[in-house]
Design a protein around this ligand. Structure first.
Ligand code: ARG
Length: 584
């Protein structure tokens, strides 16, 4: 059990001993101390619960201090109006070090009730550029999937690619007129994008072209053989092109159930919505409306216009008979609940789709959906000018270009200081570091905040970056290369004599306390921030505590600290989708 949980349980027992009923005692909680000068953990339980036992917080705190059993762990102090501060002793931390050394899970306990969770992430659109927004979704979703699995959930990762939609009208139109076969072979994603862009440009200038594109789409939707076969080829080539990118990113999916996988289910979904009275006809379209039972401010089917609330229905079948993105998403909810038997579905999608998901979840609820549905939204990546990231020509930057730039920046930043000599290994290292750098920059920010895409900053070894953590790992490991003979870790008998050692263990044991919290509110940035704190604790330990030159139990302890730090860094980074090199 983590220290946090042990203390929590002891605190709850003490509450009951002090006359607090069990239900209230369950609310007694503990957190990491905001200021380490006062201890390791703190609790405001005396303030929260004093009223229920008609005591002053200070009085209750005194009683709790007298009854809580912590002799084996450390001591308790009361501060201010009734805060309880817990300080963990060096011997207690040394015991924890022993436990953690022998634990493959490094103190991270599996959850008590594992769930089957679908994580819907990445989901780029065929023939449209995979851009920075998809990058955020890919990294956040992949990291949530890794963490969820590590915690014992059954995670089903699903790439809900946009492989059916209005863009195909344009792509097919351009394909028939100006397809360049060679370039399609060489770089399918680029050629499809070129076709899409050229058609969309001409649509903007010429209404006839727009009408032709629409006709191509209608023909596709009605099963026209030629259009279907073009579509099939587009999807196949796109998926192959995307697979190359995911490979480079180290991301994989259990399923690629794109939008088109649900085509067969759409008309039944709409019929069902109509039959159950959830949708009705309006101007030839079939729509879901507000029920009027909610305050318009929170009603997903209302929108404010010129001071008035207007209907904002969810259109599930257009007046021309076509289905929408929304219809597909309703069918997808059904599939995930009925066929995949999932307990929850998490959608890692841009915050601009917030209204769509609020409507979708409301419809799902009206249809009796039992799954826990979450929109894990995220903000925008900005350029150095503080505006959404664009290329010089004003387009959205392509993902593959961003990756290449990051790898180049990583190569430049390591020039002159890398210890790695072989060109091949240096190339592989630049690739690893460049891509890790973007991932870490992403995951170290709270997902809803916007951040500036600054390549030089993210590949720097000095800041809050992936290379800094990877270097910290390499540094931990380098000690072992200098050892004579194999390293056989001491199993017990650790002794913490320096404050810097104690602090490093304090940070190490927090790993088991931080990882589970990431899923509360979907915050990989908590783990990223923790790893930075750990690395800092390590460097300050390493600067003032000689390892190889020390003796006996002190040496064993310090070697164990290096070993464990390297293991936590490697595992923690792995949970963020980042691997570590052995040399840099
Ligand atoms: N393809 C969509 C886009 O690029 C994202 C899909 C997200 N998933 C979903 N089930 N709607 O905007």
């Amino acid at each position: 059990m983590t220290l946090l949980r042990v203390l929590q349980e002891r605190l709850r027992a003490a509450c009951v001993d002090c006359g607090i009923n069990e239900v209230d005692a369950e609310r007694a909680s503990l957190s990491h101390a905001a200021d380490l000068r006062f201890g390791d953990y703190q609790s405001n339980v005396a303030m929260v619960l004093s009223k229920s036992v008609k005591r002053s917080p200070r009085d209750l705190a005194e009683d709790l201090k007298a009854s809580i059993r912590v002799e084996d762990l450390g001591e308790v102090e009361i501060a201010g109006p009734g805060f309880l501060n817990f300080r963990v002793s060096a011997p207690a931390y040394a015991n924890r070090l022993t436990e953690m050394m022998g634990d493959d899970r490094l103190g991270v306990e599996p959850v008590e009730s594992p769930q089957r969770i679908v994580i819907d992430f990445s989901a780029p659109n065929v023939a449209k550029p995979m851009h920075v927004g998809h990058l955020r979704s890919t990294f956040i979703g992949d990291s949530l999937a890794r963490i969820g699995r590590f915690l014992g959930h059954e995670i089903i990762s699903d790439n809900h690619i946009g492989d059916w939609g209005t863009q195909f009208g344009m792509v097919i139109w351009a394909w028939k007129r100006s397809l360049d076969r060679t370039s399609l072979q060489d770089n399918p994603l680029n050629e499809l994008l070129r076709l899409y862009r050229s058609a969309s440009e001409q649509c903007g200038e010429d209404d006839m072209v727009r009408e032709d594109c629409r006709q191509e789409l209608v023909a596709l939707q009605h099963g026209d053989e030629e259009n279907l076969s073009i579509w099939r080829e587009c999807v196949k080539l796109s998926r192959e092109g995307l697979a190359v990118i995911y490979d480079r990113l180290g991301v994989s999916f259990d399923h690629w159930l794109g939008e088109s996988s649900y085509n067969d289910r759409l008309s039944a979904v709409v019929d069902d919505l109509v039959e159950t009275g959830l949708a009705r006809e309006s101007d030839g379209a079939i729509c879901v409306f507000s029920r009027g039972s909610e305050d318009p401010g929170v009603d997903p089917f209302k929108i404010q216009k010129d001071g008035d609330w207007e209907d904002k229905p969810m259109i599930v079948r257009k007046s021309d008979g076509g289905f929408n993105y929304a219809t597909t998403d309703i069918a997808t909810v059904d599939y995930r609940m009925e066929e995949l038997e999932a307990d929850a579905a998490w959608y890692v999608v841009d915050h601009r789709q917030g209204d769509h998901f609020r409507q979708l979840f409301a419809v799902a609820e009206r249809r009796g959906c039992q799954m826990g549905l979450e929109h894990v939204s995220f903000g925008t990546i900005l350029g150095k000018d503080g505006k959404p990231l664009k290329t010089r020509s004003g387009d959205l930057p392509l993902l593959s270009d961003l990756l290449d730039d990051a790898v180049e920046a990583a190569r430049k930043s390591s020039e002159g200081r890398s210890r790695v000599e072989k060109q091949e290994e240096r190339d592989a290292l630049a690739e690893l570091i460049g891509i890790s750098a973007i991932k870490f920059m992403e995951l170290s920010h709270h997902r809803t905040s916007d951040y500036i895409f600054d390549l030089d900053k993210m590949v720097s070894m000095e800041g809050d970056t992936a290379p800094y953590l990877q270097y910290s790992y390499v540094r931990c490991r380098s000690i072992f290369a200098k050892l004579e003979g194999d390293y056989v870790p001491a199993g017990t008998g650790f002794e913490l004599s320096e404050e810097k050692e104690v602090h490093l263990v304090r940070m190490l044991v927090r790993f088991g306390e931080v990882v589970p919290v990431v899923l509360e509110g979907f915050r990989p940035n908590l783990l990223a921030g923790y790893l930075l704190d750990l690395a800092r604790a390590y460097h300050s330990f390493f600067q003032s505590c000689p390892v190889l030159k020390s003796q006996g139990a002190i040496r064993d302890t310090r070697l164990a600290l290096c070993e464990l730090t390297s293991r936590v860094l490697r595992q923690g980074l792995h949970l963020l989708g980042i691997e570590v090199p052995e040399r840099m």
